[in-house]
Design a protein around this ligand. Structure first.
Ligand code: ME8
Length: 512
């Protein structure tokens, strides 16, 4: 059966500040998934920026700019982050674009027609950092209860619109019970079930005293979270009946950080149901990155700046590190030193040396010409199911597992060089055995290039180009990853420079 088209999204990021490595993490993961799925069928990858709300308006005011000028400037950094890391989105949506804001108004009108909104008074607290309404009882020591935030909250007393969220509680609970995989990992699923079991309040969805947002008929602006969540369908042209919407909705995977799970897995499905639309197939709430175990923050000065990291290690090395360092879904701690170590060991020693040694031996013993495949190979039999295994890891969103499986092949190829010693075979004139190991190495490198391309698109393409097949990566593994497909007579060329030149420790900064 043909697979359903693959639609993957990231959160849309607030343009209240510049991106840090945590934002790059989600975008890279979504890009890896999209790159894998593009080898199999229709795929659409959406990212973008969340440009309305009090937090963005305050940041603009602090910089002495209008919010529009501010967001127009800052969005370039966010798009630049994607370019720097080769995050190849199909669409980048900004919530200030009319294609989005017009659709938000339409959504509001639909809610009204359906009787799912009513006017009421909101009296309670508001956290501007999280753009969240909080009831008194939920505060922790009078502050925002989100453990990642804990900032001061502001008292609001406003006449606003409310969405009848509470009426969806039972349907949500039933949906959770019937679809235990729809929110992952289990930690987030369990938290959300507990939240629903604790009861659900209606949700305030407008801000009467704010100006920076999507204006609602009758005054006020749309609450920034409802505005933002709708991006996932407005970008596909839900409001204009675009074919993209029919093709790609519901999303197969929506990636988010765990701190925004409640918005995506309680409010968002209820909003969709209010429009008689299906909920996304999976919301995956990945873990939180800390720096040496501490929350990243400008005031602590421990932010890993993604542009500088790409400059020092190379974008693909940072991409690899982020995907390899921890199981996708868990929290983990990173440091520049950890990135450097993985660059030097996994990439430089394991993969880079394999490519360098293999192609150098092919050049030396066979003038760079790939020999014929004999038809049998112990490595081929051992790894015949590797592409299917790696594909299954992608399907399961086990991105680290996909890399670990691929590293088994890399390790086996390196071991084969040490065990079968091509230089001795050459000395003894054992031509068939020498051809066999050289073929294994080249074919193994071709497989690695395919399997690693979703993670390291540039380095994988470089590696692939050195094999000299003349075509480009991106084909379907199910047909391309058949051992023996690398044609005899292909003219490979040794890599001019190593794929992953060693990075030395940075000298300590001179004492001030
Ligand atoms: O929440 N570790 O935007 P945001 C891992 N605009 N991921 C991190 C991270 C970290 N330390 N820091 C950020 C918003 N992220 C809303 C979303 S969606 C309709 C609206 C990633 O700029 C992670 O994906 O605060 C997180 O959910 C997102 O950036 C938050 O970005």
């Amino acid at each position: 059966m043909a697979e359903r088209p693959f639609y993957v999204t990231t959160p849309i990021y607030y343009v209240s500040s510049v991106p840090h490595v945590g934002h790059a993490y989600t975008s890279i993961a979504a890009d890896a998934l999209a790159r894998f799925h593009r080898t199999r069928g229709p795929t659409y990858f959406l990212t973008g920026t969340d440009e309305h709300g009090q937090k963005v308006a305050q940041a603009a005011a602090a910089a002495g700019m209008t919010p529009q000028t501010w967001t127009d400037q800052l969005v370039e950094q966010w798009k630049g982050l994607c370019r720097r890391y080769n995050v190849e989105y199909d669409d980048f949506i900004r919530t200030t674009e009319p294609r989005h804001s017009d659709a938000v108004v339409l959504f509001f009108e639909r809610l009204k027609e359906r009787g799912d909104v009513y006017l009421g008074k909101y009296e309670g607290w508001y956290c501007t950092n999280d753009e969240t309404f909080w009831l008194e009882a939920k505060l922790v020591d009078g502050r925002c209860p989100n453990p990642e935030c804990r900032r001061e909250v502001q008292w609001l007393s406003e006449d606003n619109w409310f969405f009848a969220l509470s009426k969806y509680r039972d349907r949500l609970l039933e949906y959770y019970r019937a679809n235990p995989q729809w929110v992952r990992p289990e930690r987030s699923y369990n938290e959300m079930v507990a939240t629903l079991e604790g009861g659900l309040e209606d949700l305030c969805i407008s801000r009467v005293n704010l100006e920076w947002g999507v204006p609602l008929p009758g005054g006020g602006v749309m609450y920034v979270w409802l505005d933002a969540l709708l991006n996932y369908i407005t970008a596909l042209g839900w409001a204009t009946g675009d074919e993209k919407f029919a093709t790609f909705w519901p999303a197969r995977v929506q990636l988010i950080g765990k701190e925004i799970a409640r918005f995506h897995t309680i409010i968002w499905p209820a909003m969709l149901w209010a429009l008689d639309l299906p909920a996304p197939e999976t919301v995956f709430a990945h873990g939180w990155i800390t720096i040496d175990g501490e929350k990243m923050s400008k005031s602590k000065g421990n932010v890993i700046e993604p542009f500088a990291a790409a400059e020092r290690f190379g974008a693909d090395s940072v991409r690899y590190f982020l995907m390899r360092e921890a199981p996708f879904g868990t929290d983990f701690s990173i440091s520049l030193e950890k990135i450097r170590k993985r660059h030097n060991t996994d990439l430089g020693n394991d993969l880079g040396n394999l490519a360098r040694r293999s192609l150098a031996m092919l050049e030396r013993y066979r003038g760079g010409i790939v020999p014929a495949y004999s038809g049998t190979s112990e490595i081929a039999s051992r790894f015949a199911d590797l592409p299917a295994r790696v594909a299954a890891r992608f399907e399961a969103l086990d991105l680290r597992g996909a890399l670990e499986d691929t590293w088994e092949l890399i390790a086996a190829l390196n071991r084969a060089i040490d065990d079968r010693r091509p230089w001795e075979l050459a000395k003894r004139g054992e031509d068939a055995a020498l051809d066999a190991i050289l073929y294994d190495l080249c074919e193994g490198l071709r497989w690695c290039a395919h399997l690693l391309a979703p993670f390291m698109p540039v380095k994988a393409a470089e590696m692939y180009a050195t094999l000299g097949t003349g075509d480009e990566l991106g084909g379907d593994w199910r047909t391309d990853l058949v051992w023996g497909k690398l044609a005899a007579g292909t003219r490979a060329r040794p890599a001019e420079a190593g794929l992953f030149p060693r990075i030395e420790d940075e000298p300590p900064a001179p004492a001030a």
